[in-house]
Design a binder for this molecule. Structure first.
Ligand code: 4AD
Ligand code: MG
Length: 452
C-alpha cells in the first residue's frame, strides 16, 4: 500500500483510516488525553493527533514521546473542532520508533538564528523555514526541467572534472591525487580542476542537438565571504544554436517568469509563510515580476544612469568597471524597480568567448539583475567566427592548445549560438526572500566550511 504523507492525508475525507509517519513537533499532555503535532516534511502544516488515554500502551508511549521523536501513529481522520486544520487524527495506536532526549535535542521550540542552524545542518531540515526552503527549491528544480523540456531542449550532463577554465578568473579548485602538484604524473596526465561552468561542453552539445540545457554543480574557489556567493553552487545553463542575443534574452526572461509563476501556483503555503516571517510583501513582489516586462539597458547607458544617480557608491563608477552588487541593486531596485537586462558590456571585463560587437570595444553579453539579489543570470551570444575567436584567445593570454576542440566547433559547421547561466541558489533566494545564500542550499560550502 502506498504510504500517504501528511500533505495527502489532509485532503482525505473525514472518517478514513490513516497512518502518519513523522517527527513530533510538540506534545501537550492533558492527562486524560494528549495532543501530538506531527510533521513529515511534505507540507508546512503539522497533522494534529489526538490520543485518548484509554488506547493500548498509552502510558508507555507518553513516556517516550517528546519533541524530535519519530513516530508511526495509526487511527482515524476526523473533522477537527480547532480552526487551524480541517482534519485531525484520532489515534488508535502509537509507536515511538526513535526517542529524542529533550534535555539534549538542539532544536528547541524557541526561534533559532540562521547562523546557529547552519552549525546543525543535519537537523535544520526539521525547522519550518528550512523545510519551506527545500520544498520551494524542489519546485524550482522541477519547474526548470518542465520549462526547458516543453521548449524542446535536451538535458545534457557536462563533466564536473575538467581541464578547461571557462570563465578565466583563475578561481578553480584543483583535482589531484598527489601531495605535490605534478600534472604529468597526476591521475589524468594533465592539470584537472572542478568545473566553474558547463558552458563550453554545453556548446559542443548545442552545436549538434540545437537546444540543450545543463543543471549541475559548479565550483568557484574565490574567497568571497558574501551572502550571495558559495564555493559550490548549482547552475542551469541553456545553450541555443541558431540564436542571437535577442533570442537569449527572450528565453531567459520567459524562464525566470515561468519559475516565479510556478512557485506562486504550487508553493502557496510556503510562500505565505515566507511573506509573513521572512519578507513582508514577497508574494506581491513575485507577482509584479511575473507580470511586468523586464527593462533593457545597455551597459554604457547604465553607467551614465549610475553617475547621474547622485548616490555615493563605495566603488566609484567609470565606464569600463565591473559592476558591483551596490550598482546592480541600485539599477534593479531603485531605478527600474523590476528586473533589468544589461547588455553590451566592455570586452575587457567579460569572458573570452563572448561575441565581439562592431564598435570594437563591447561584446554581446547580457546580465539579468533583479531587486534584492543583483546578478541572477549571466549570458551572451558566443563568438562563432574562427578568426575572431583565435585572436581573442590570444589577446586574453590563453593557450590555443587548451581550446583546440572549442575552436574546431568554429571550423566545422559553425553557427551563431547563445546561452546563459542562472545561479540556482540565487533563484531560491529571489523567490523565498531569504537573505543569505548559505540558508538556501542544504549543505553550504564556503571558506572554512565543509562540515556535513
Ligand atoms: O556569470 P557567470 O560566471 O556565468 C557563467 O558561468 C557562464 N558560463 C554562464 C553561461 O553563459 N552559460 O555565472 C552565472 C550565474 C551568475 O549570474 C550567478 O547567478 C551565479 O551563476 N553565480 C554564483 N552563485 C553562487 N555563488 C557563486 N560563487 C556564483 N558565481 C556565479
Ligand atoms: Mg556573471
Amino acid at each position: 500500500m502506498l504510504k500517504k504523507k501528511i500533505k495527502e492525508l489532509l485532503k482525505e475525507k473525514p472518517n478514513t483510516q490513516a497512518v502518519v509517519r513523522g517527527w513530533v513537533r510538540t506534545v501537550r499532555d492533558q492527562k486524560s488525553f494528549a495532543f501530538i503535532e506531527v510533521n513529515d516534511g511534505s507540507t508546512l502544516g503539522n497533522l494534529q493527533v489526538i490520543a485518548d488515554a484509554n488506547i493500548p500502551h498509552y502510558a508507555e508511549a507518553m513516556s517516550k514521546l517528546a519533541t524530535g521523536a519519530s513516530v508511526v501513529i495509526s487511527g482515524e481522520l476526523v473533522e477537527s473542532p480547532g480552526k487551524n486544520q480541517a482534519l485531525e487524527l484520532k489515534a488508535k495506536e502509537i509507536r515511538v520508533l526513535g526517542t529524542c532526549d529533550p534535555a539534549k535535542y538542539p532544536l528547541q521550540k524557541k526561534r533559532h538564528t540562521f547562523e546557529f542552524l547552519r552549525t546543525i545542518a543535519h537537523l535544520r531540515p526539521r525547522t519550518n523555514t528550512q523545510g519551506a526552503v527545500l520544498r520551494v527549491r524542489n519546485a524550482l528544480a522541477f519547474a526548470t526541467h518542465l520549462f526547458f523540456q516543453q521548449r524542446g531542449f535536451l538535458y545534457i550532463q557536462t563533466p564536473i572534472i575538467t581541464g578547461s577554465d571557462c570563465e578565466g578568473g583563475g578561481e578553480m579548485f584543483r583535482v589531484t591525487t598527489l601531495e605535490k602538484p605534478d600534472p604529468e604524473k597526476d591521475f589524468f596526465g594533465k592539470s584537472a580542476y572542478l568545473t566553474v561552468s558547463g558552458q563550453l561542453e554545453g556548446e559542443i552539445a548545442a552545436c549538434a542537438l540545437s537546444d540543450i540545457y545543463t543543471f549541475g554543480p559548479t565550483f568557484r574557489a574565490e574567497n568571497s565571504n558574501t551572502s550571495r556567493h558559495l564555493a559550490e553552487f548549482w547552475m542551469i545553463e541553456p545553450e541555443m544554436a541558431f540564436a542571437d542575443l535577442k533570442d537569449n534574452m527572450e528565453c531567459a526572461e520567459a524562464y525566470l517568469k515561468f519559475c516565479v509563476r510556478y512557485v506562486l501556483e504550487h508553493c502557496k503555503e510556503d510562500l505565505e509563510f515566507f511573506d509573513k516571517f521572512i519578507e513582508n510583501g514577497l508574494i506581491g513582489r513575485l507577482q509584479h515580476v511575473a507580470n511586468s516586462p523586464f527593462a533593457h539597458i545597455p551597459y554604457t547607458e547604465a553607467i551614465s544612469i549610475l553617475k547621474k544617480s547622485g548616490k555615493q557608491f563605495e566603488f566609484p563608477v567609470e565606464w569600463g568597471i565591473d559592476l558591483q552588487s551596490e550598482h546592480e541593486r541600485y539599477l534593479a531596485e531603485e531605478h527600474c524597480k523590476k528586473p533589468v537586462i544589461l547588455t553590451d558590456y566592455p570586452t575587457d571585463i567579460k569572458s573570452f568567448y563572448m561575441r565581439a560587437n562592431t564598435d570594437g570595444k563591447t561584446v554581446a553579453a547580457m546580465d539579468i539583475l533583479v531587486p534584492k539579489i543583483g546578478e541572477i543570470i549571466g549570458g551572451s551570444q558566443r563568438e562563432e567566427r574562427l578568426d575572431v575567436l583565435e585572436k581573442k584567445i590570444q589577446d586574453f593570454g590563453l593557450k590555443r592548445e587548451d581550446y583546440w576542440w572549442y575552436l574546431e566547433l568554429r571550423e566545422y559547421g559553425s553557427v551563431p549560438h547563445a546561452g546563459f547561466g542562472l545561479g540556482f541558489e540565487r533563484l531560491v533566494l529571489f523567490t523565498t526572500g531569504m537573505e543569505n545564500i548559505r540558508d538556501v542550499i542544504p549543505f553550504p560550502r564556503y571558506p572554512g566550511h565543509a562540515e556535513f
